[in-house]
Design a protein around this ligand. Structure first.
Ligand code: NIG
Ligand code: FE
Length: 405
């Protein structure tokens, strides 16, 4: 048995109990305890409360104690949308975009995603594993204790499966993004889908927790996305969609029809789409760092929340459209660009993100019985999580009861 006490915290902030995903007023329901402690035992939170309630019995037989003075605790952050399995980089494209080239133009010219596909295929398994492990380490430094990672830069059998294995090995929840782009060796999207559903899905479905598709002009249309996701669902995977990033192409109705866990991006979603999403159990995953990085319109976060939609926030970490691993930065963007309250943003990067991954029963809040994942922030008020733009705010990270940073 190992026991860790975090004591004398200036504040502890956690989404309150309630059925996930949180929506409407419940998204703001954050419990704040001043002068707090958290006791962890064997990777699980044993007790939480104000210091005055900490009894001597609880402090007997501790293995470790952490001084929380002038620090705030929030739940370990959950990044429910990342693309960590890639080789090379896209810094040359970044320069071109700085000069005015658009992301869609670069994609159409065989750059963009397909440039990363070439670089990823060139890695051997060990190199790919090392890349994913490096990215997981970056995320941890910014307070991410649970993350989802997508394949989608292989698009051949070997590299897709190696990506899923590398993501699992680095501690992530793998999503098979087999329908990210059509690789150059195929004539069209349908013949590529024939191949990948026959040759890759049987094994990918054993390695992944979910499947995802890029439903967009120039990638896969709604009929192709329905075919891909239907086959993945039949193989036991939960479903995600990249939708409404540049154009509204039917992603929300399809997500609702198929009972997907989430539809992600939503920069182009209008009022109708927002209403349909709000009336469903599908979570809208907002990726404001991607909109910022591509200089695109922000997703309508405030309207979605006001309409009653369940929302989560994620980085979309990838080398092309969102080269950041920082959920604290995403929290800043949520508050300043999407006009979410800090409380709503906290729920969206913790409990609701955990729900998207099917993990809300054991993480995403600070409460007895949940996994001991905590982030300690260098501030006396937990709202510095978003307030301190790109600040050096994460002091300690506890994952599964172990001090990782
Ligand atoms: O979520 N939109 C599609 N896929 C990624 C970008 C991938 C890339 O540019 O390499 C995204 O933004
Ligand atoms: Fe993405």
């Amino acid at each position: 048995m190992t026991r860790l006490l975090v004591r004398d915290l200036a504040q502890l902030a956690t989404p309150s109990a309630g059925p996930a995903p949180l929506r409407g007023r419940a998204l703001r329901d954050v419990t704040v305890i001043e002068d707090a402690y958290v006791l962890c035992r064997d990777g699980v939170i044993e007790a939480v409360g104000p210091m005055r309630d900490l009894d001597a019995r609880s402090t007997a037989a501790l293995d470790d104690e952490l001084d929380g003075r002038h620090l705030c605790a929030v739940p370990g952050l959950v990044d429910c949308h990342t693309h960590p399995a890639w080789g090379g980089d896209r810094v040359a494209e970044f320069s071109l975009r700085a000069g005015g080239a658009s992301y869609e133009e670069l994609h159409a010219a065989g750059g963009g995603i397909l440039a990363t596909v070439r670089a990823t295929r060139a890695l051997d398994d060990g190199e790919l594993q090392a890349r994913v492990a490096r990215h997981a380490e970056w995320m941890l430094r910014h307070g991410t204790t649970t993350w989802e990672g997508k394949s989608g830069y292989g698009l051949d059998r070997e590299t897709e499966l190696a990506s899923l294995r590398a993501i699992r090995a680095a501690g992530g929840s793998p999503t098979w993004l087999g329908a990210h782009a059509v690789p150059p060796e195929f004539e069209d999207a349908d013949s590529y889908l024939d191949f990948t559903l026959a040759e890759v899905l049987p094994e990918a479905s054993q390695l992944a927790d979910a499947a995802d598709v890029f439903l967009e002009r120039g990638a896969f249309d709604a009929a192709q996305a329905r075919r891909y996701l239907g086959a993945c669902r039949d193989a036991g995977l939960s479903l995600r969609l990249h939708g409404d990033q540049f154009t509204e192409s039917g992603a929300i109705p399809l997500a609702v029809e198929l009972g997907a866990r989430s539809v992600d991006h939503l920069e182009a979603t209008g009022d109708d789409g927002a209403r349909r999403l709000a009336a469903s159990d599908v979570v809208g995953v907002l990726l404001p760092a991607s909109a910022l990085f591509l200089d695109r319109p922000m997703p309508p976060g405030r309207s979605l929340v006001d309409a009653g939609a369940a929302v989560a926030l994620a980085t979309d970490f990838n080398p092309g459209s969102s080269f950041t691993e920082s959920l604290p930065v995403v929290t800043t963007l949520a508050c300043t660009q999407l006009h979410l309250a800090p409380e709503e943003a906290l729920s969206a990067v913790t409990i609701n993100a955990a729900h998207v991954l099917g993990l809300a029963h054991d993480r995403g809040r600070i409460a007895p019985g949940l996994r001991a994942d905590l982030v300690l922030l260098a501030a006396d008020d937990w709202r510095h999580l978003g307030y301190h733009l790109a600040g050096d705010i994460v002091v300690h990270v506890i994952q599964d009861g172990v001090l990782r940073r």
